[in-house]
Structure formats: structure tokens, C-alpha cells
Write a new protein. Sequence first.
Length: 223
Amino acid sequence: MQSSLSNGGCKMVAPSLLSANFGNLASDIAMLNESCADWLHVDVMDGVFVPNISFGQPIVRCIKQHARKPLDVHLMIVDPARYVADFAEAGADVLTVHYEACTHLDRVVHSIKDHGMKAGVALNPHTPVALLEDIVQECDMVLLMSVNPGFGGQKFIENTYSKIEALRNMCARKNEQCLIEVDGGVNTANAQRLYDAGANVLVAGNAVFKSDNPMLTIEHLKQ
Ligand code: DX5
Ligand code: ZN
């Protein structure tokens, strides 16, 4: 787990279970266990911070029982500080909260680490990278949303490339270990350009689970 979190130009893929078959999650997780995916991306939505509702801690706990790779839990919920302990107990390895959902972000980031998890901060497409100037040194990861959060299968927002570059420059100055994750509309056609811009972790839902050969697609996303 620790080794897969060090940066250094690493390229990782985190398939998003939001696009998996909820009727048979165990089978999709078994496929991911056998694949070259690095993490399992787990999207928690509350119907308030985002317009959609996905699932909560009980499902994350079940996913953990089957997964043999780290769980990368993305909280799209209001007031995530209330649930840090719950998601630690459910088995999250990386816990990402939204900048837009936290009044006391520094406190939340430290709470995530105090609970033994890696701390991620996510930015919506309209939120400038510059707002991370005074928190990036505390982050293990920054997640850049490349669609408006809430749903899988949306179109990639092109402005994300310049945000990745701005974030990469900020990380070079302030925190070289910080991973850059990109989430939304990622596919085999844009993966290389995203890595080239400075992304370390690519989240992919539809591109993996709606493809004819998910394991091969994951391999292509890593190359
Ligand atoms: C969207 C979620 C994403 C989603 C990505 O709000 O955060 O993780 O599953 O799905 P695709 O890759 O289909 O855009
Ligand atoms: Zn996500």
C-alpha cells in the first residue's frame, strides 16, 4: 500500500465502481483484483452535494471484504468531517473530500491522517487550483474533477489539462509527494495526454466497465 502511494512520475489507474454491476459487485471486484488496476475508486454521493445518491459505508465495508487493492474513496457529500471515522472503519485507504464541502479543510485533512488514511482534496471543475496554495503541503493527493461530479459517463472538460499543469507546478514548489488524480471522462484516447500533463492517477468508470474487455482497457489506460 505505501509503495503504491509514492509519486515520482507514477502512472496509476483506479477504475470507478460507480459503473460496475451493482447486482454482482463481487464479480467485478474479482476482475479488478486480477487486473493491473492499482486502486478501486469508490464514489460516495449524498444527493445534496451532488444531485445523485450512490451508496454509503455498509457497501464500502462489503467492497473491502472482496478487494485485494487499496480503496480510494471519493466523498461527494456535505460536511464530510462527520464521517471520517466511519469510512476509516469501513476500510478506506485513501479518503478524498471536496474543497467546496469543507469550511475547516485543514482540520478535516488532519483528521483523515489521524485515522490512518491518506488524505485527498478534490476540486470541482470551476474551482481554481490556486485555492490549494495553503493546504497542498498537507495533502497526499489532489483530485481534479474533469466533469461536474455526480454521474458516470460524462464528457471530459478540456480545461482540465491546464489545471493539471498548474497543480503540477504548485506541487513541485510545495509538495513533490502529492499525487494528482483526474476523475471524469477519462478514456484510452485522453489518458496519455493526462499523464503527460502531470496526472498520476486516472479514474475511469464507463471507459472500463462499458468496454468489451475491461482488463485490457485497464492495461491500455496504464500505457
Ligand atoms: C463522478 C465520479 C466519477 C465517475 C467517473 O462524479 O466522481 O468517479 O465514476 O465516471 P466516468 O469515468 O464514466 O466519467
Ligand atoms: Zn470519483
